[in-house]
Write a protein that binds this ligand. Structure first.
Ligand SMILES: N[C@@H](CCC(=O)N[C@@H](CS)C(=O)NCC(=O)O)C(=O)O
Length: 217
């Protein structure tokens, strides 16, 4: 049997969508977590990684870095990659859209809210975060509605549903109000979190005390 070993910090972060995909698929994997409150440990481990970053997926002795590459790999193996090459391209485009949204518009505000950076939280929220929410959430809702499947692609659930829902769930944990007017996005998160095969993990996740200010939900 294939042994999958997923290594990331003991946070949800960019590995959470991958963890949820494994649980959803009921594919066993080793969920290895590096303690990010112990920088010395990470500094020692970092040079042993291919690109100096996490997450990593080890499969049959091969180490794959990059969260999207890992998600895509699992998706291709287990049928979460879209119904054809057109959908696969649309999924990639949506995942890249999410990344742009995250780094260009959301991270400056989120880093302050999460306590990683200093800055004027309210000013950032009003002047850059909320206008970006409006533009980007509107597009996500439009895409969901056009797919008409309950997921972002018309054929049904794919890896991008996990990636988007986990990032939006992070935002929701820190700024619930920005979802007002976008109930479809919340419903989509709940749809993903509602899968029976995820319940044990989600229960465990909520009972674990995530550090660095992570809140349950
Ligand atoms: N594009 C990469 C980004 C990887 C990344 O930036 N990982 C961060 C954690 S979210 C990391 O390993 N930081 C530790 C460091 O750079 O030393 C991916 O999606 O996997």
């Amino acid at each position: 049997m294939v042994v999958y070993k997923l290594t990331y910090f003991n946070l949800r972060g960019i590995a959470e969508a991958i963890r949820l995909m494994f649980h959803y698929l009921e594919v066993p994997f080793e969920d290895i977590r590096i303690d990010s409150t112990d920088p010395e440990k990470w500094e020692k481990f970092k040079p042993t990684t291919p690109q100096g970053k996490l997450p990593l997926l080890e499969v049959d002795g091969v180490v794959i870095p990059q969260s999207y590459a890992i998600a895509r790999f699992i998706a291709k193996r287990y049928n979460l990659a879209g119904k054809d090459d057109i959908e696969a391209a649309q999924i990639d485009a949506l995942a890249d859209f999410l990344r742009d949204m995250q780094y260009e518009y959301f991270s400056p505000y989120m880093f302050v809210v999460q306590g990683y950076d200093e800055g004027d939280k309210d000013k950032l929220r009003e002047e850059s975060f909320l206008p970006a929410v409006k533009q980007n959430f509107t597009y996500l809702v439009k895409t969901l509605k056009a797919a008409n499947s309950g997921f972002y692609m018309s054929s049904g659930i794919t890896w991008v549903d996990f990636v988007i829902s986990q990032y939006l769930n992070l935002i929701r944990r820190y700024d619930k109000e920005c979802f007002e007017g976008y109930p479809e996005l919340i419903e989509h998160i709940e749809r993903i979190h509602g899968f029976p095969q995820l319940q044990d993990y989600l229960e465990k996740r909520n009972s674990v005390l995530f550090h660095m200010g992570e809140q349950a939900s």
